[in-house]
Design a protein around this ligand. Sequence first.
Ligand SMILES: [Mg+2]
Length: 87
Amino acid sequence: MNIDRFRGVCMHAVQYFGKTSRKQLAQEECAELIQALSKDMRGKKHNVEEEIADVLIMIEQLTHIYDNYKIEKYREEKIDRLNKLME
Ligand SMILES: [Mg+2]
């Protein structure tokens, strides 16, 4: 996946469909991933990989709606905390 194309298409989607539409779809895609993980954990046929891809695409779109500076700051802090837990 070309990261510039990925970001460009996601940014365009926010402009084209609007923020409210993207927030609603992000909720739906997260719910679908939860459902797929639940099926997997119960040993049933699932599509977790497809739903992860959907959520990653929606997450990218959300970064163009919300404060990306804050997102990056939290991401850095939380990855550091995760890393410390494994030391
Ligand atoms: Mg989906």
